[in-house]
Design a protein around this ligand. Structure first.
Ligand code: AMP
Ligand code: GLY
Length: 422
């Protein structure tokens, strides 16, 4: 059999990490990305097709005789990209549109968790008929308010301030007709990425993201400012609890749907002080930046694993994982997570550390090559430096050694990634 021809959909650091992982897979022959970034263009071919144009992606996949499409972001999954590809006989890694509703609608996800008895916080649905004061009084602060729309991480407010809570509730009801008020979950967050299809599932090493923009978890929420894996908060005991109370019932439910779930289920966890997990959220895709620290820890052939999941035969795969630790530190543009200044020149991105036991390099995200060949910033999260080593402190140091070489005017990054585990 000739090698797999892969098309990756998306343009972030996650997609660069997938491209590197697939590029290291002996089974993979060719890598294409749409639209990709300057990093993915060094591994394969970028195509100027938007990740939201699902008809154009189908056309591209046919033209290139693609064997496997790997979908990065959630929006095209919710719009039915996998449905369309499968109807046309092209294996797609990522759930069909109904499965993608687990991320597309937080209320839908809550209802399924309730039905299956999966541990998660309580929720109230508020409309213009609701008594907002009594709803707020039912949960102690901080209050968690979520719009039930795909808002790229911007639809959630967590606040102790009752006026701010009310204002966001009223605003959201006026645009969306309803809003969710969730019970605040205490503990430490972790992300578990679970590759699954109807034949089985594989839990990847658990990771921890850093959602706040500033050191010490201060400032506004972002898409993620850094991550590390494995996250010690998910000990073997905790992992078994996650599998028993969350992954098993969810997998049982998803495998028995008319169209089974094929892709990765991102389980956003809150581990309480006694080591019991609750679900904060589900996503139907790889996390960003969690992917940058998870993929390097997979030792088995990533191409074969993702193709098997997209064809419903994941039970044929025996995964192997590395014992190393991985850390990634995100470099963001001036202004991020608000309006970001882009189009500035980046220097130092090709630096790489390659020692016997230490590897460190850059995952590109919001980058593009200018006409004169210079690398330019092209998004809020520009790139991340990733370190991989036998222990976490060494991996942290390697990631920051690389980050210190990068130059981008006005940019910022957190200096405390992985602090909870150090
Ligand atoms: P989400 O978009 O649902 O991932 O929420 C964004 C972030 O808000 C999460 O990663 C948490 O840090 C925080 N968050 C969301 N829901 C809760 C909750 N119920 N309790 C505590 N923190 C939460
Ligand atoms: N890093 C959080 C996410 O990918 O949703």
């Amino acid at each position: 059999m000739s090698g797999i021809r892969v098309l990756i959909v998306g343009s972030g650091g996650r997609e660069h990490a997938l491209a590197i992982g697939l590029g290291n897979s002996p089974s993979v022959d060719e890598i294409h990305t749409c639209p990709g970034n300057a990093g993915t263009s060094e591994i394969g071919t970028n195509h100027d097709v938007s990740s939201n144009d699902i008809e154009a992606i189908l056309k591209l996949a046919k033209e290139l005789a693609i064997d496997l499409v790997v979908v990065g972001p959630e929006a095209p999954l919710v719009s039915g990209l996998s449905d369309l590809l499968r109807e046309n006989g092209i294996p797609s890694f990522g759930p069909h549109s109904e499965g993608a509703e687990l991320e597309g609608s937080k209320l839908h996800a809550k209802r399924i968790m309730e039905e299956l008895g999966i541990p998660t916080g309580g929720v109230q649905v508020l409309t213009d008929e609701s008594n907002i004061d009594s709803a707020l009084a039912r949960y102690p602060p901080p209050w968690v308010i979520k719009r039930d729309v795909l808002a790229a991480g911007k639809g959630v407010v967590v606040t102790q301030n009752i006026d701010e809570a009310k204002e966001f509730i009223l605003e959201s009801i006026s645009t969306d007709k309803f809003v969710l008020l969730e019970e605040f979950l205490h503990g430490e967050e972790a992300s578990m990425l679970v590759i699954m299809d109807e034949s089985g599932f594989i839990c990847l090493p658990a990771s921890q993201d850093h959602k706040r923009v500033g050191d010490g978890d201060t400032g506004p929420n972002t898409g993620g400012m850094g991550a590390y894996a494995p996250a010690p908060v998910v000990s073997e005991v905790v992992k078994q609890r996650v599998i028993e109370s969350i992954v098993n019932p969810m997998h049982h439910y998803l495998r028995n749907q008319i169209i089974p779930y094929r892709g990765v289920l991102y389980v956003g966890l809150m581990i309480d002080d006694d080591g019991y997990p609750n679900v904060v959220e589900y996503n139907v895709r790889f996390g960003d930046p969690e992917t940058q620290v998870t993929i390097p820890l997979i030792k088995s052939d990533l191409g074969l694993m993702l193709l098997a999941a997209s064809e419903g035969r994941l039970d044929q795969i025996e995964p192997r994982f590395s014992n190393k630790s991985a850390v990634t530190v995100v470099l963001a543009s001036e202004g991020y997570p608000g309006a970001s200044n882009i189009g500035r020149e980046i220097k130092g991105e090709s630096i790489r550390i390659e020692d016997v036991d230490i590897t460190a390099y850059v995952h590109q995200a919001g980058t593009l090559r200018g006409d004169e060949g210079a690398l330019l910033s092209n998004g809020g999260r520009v790139l991340s430096s990733t370190g991989i080593a036998n222990d976490l402190p060494t991996a942290v140091k390697a990631a920051y050694d690389v980050m210190n070489e990068i130059q981008l005017e006005g940019s910022h990054y957190r200096t405390d990634i992985a602090y909870r585990a150090l």
